[in-house]
Design a protein around this ligand. Sequence first.
Ligand SMILES: NC(=O)c1ccc[n+]([C@@H]2O[C@H](COP(=O)([O-])OP(=O)(O)OC[C@H]3O[C@@H](n4cnc5c(N)ncnc54)[C@H](O)[C@@H]3O)[C@@H](O)[C@H]2O)c1
Length: 307
Amino acid sequence: MAQQNNTIAVIGCGLIGQSWAALFAGYGFDVRAWDPAANWQAGFEASVAAALEQVRVLRRSAHAEGRIVTTDSLDDAVRGAFWIQENAPESVPLKIDLYARIEAGAEPGAILASSTSSLTWSELSRQLRHRDRFITAHPFNPPHLMPLVEVYAADASVRAKAEAFYNGLQRKTVMLSRDAVGHIANRLASALWREAVNIVDQGIADVSAVDAALVHGPGLRWSVVGAHMAYHLGGGAGGIEHYLEHLGPSQERRWASLGNPTLTPELCRRIVDGVMQEAAGRSVAQLQAERDAGLLRALAARPGDAS
Ligand SMILES: NC(=O)c1ccc[n+]([C@@H]2O[C@H](COP(=O)([O-])OP(=O)(O)OC[C@H]3O[C@@H](n4cnc5c(N)ncnc54)[C@H](O)[C@@H]3O)[C@@H](O)[C@H]2O)c1
């Protein structure tokens, strides 16, 4: 890896790029940020400053921080960077075109990591000259607070570098054995949201009841044990084997009753109205601040997340 310096390029500086930039700087890396939008710098700098404050709270004690520099030139951003985190819009042609420009200016050996939520390594890497140095590294929003990074790398040594790099930022790196649309967590989240929408569509419960059931039930449990382990405990002393034998058929009955809703204009309207009711007049910015405060409390209570 061309780690002759400490610099990371953040390419695409919207919601996800801002958050990565704060995390990288909070862990001592210099950041060179680039976005093609007009007049993006002021908004970026304000968002990064707020996110960096949250990283400081999580890290508890003072640490050396990196410098964040914004630049008007993609070449300037990637030159000298040992890591390039790409957070451009979710479009295959756009990202492929961007990668050609990045490869032209990047250091030999630099790792190019895409934050893509749903696109796969195979489709994004098709035209790269150095496919081995390209990875997908999907964070959960907001990356500076949520520990998860899901990585797919075709090359074993790059895979090991990626794991070490994100773990060094106190992330929980989960490796995929093969690339998949939505990686792991977004597949799980999409399966769950599909049924959340179906419950509303079928008139079983309204939007706020579905969200409350999730936050106060499975969501709380899943924050400490995963889906498989939860059922190991659901089997009592007999564990998962007993659970599968005893309640496996009941799971299959539930699976057979799950829905596959279509997002018709009427259903979209009901979801939007339901979410507005749940928000009870709070703006997106207020809801985001409440979410972040809750995440900070939860993270502070977890062993091993803060350093
Ligand atoms: N929003 C999420 O919850 C989330 C979570 C994880 C990963 N992601 C992924 O992160 C990436 C960015 O998503 P986002 O939510 O930050 O989007 P966003 O719309 O907030 O930001 C995208 C940024 O990319 C810039 N941009 C436009 N064209 C570009 C180009 N050709 N090259 C570089 N930058 C360009 C835009 O000006 C904008 O600032 C996507 O691949 C998305 O799937 C999003």
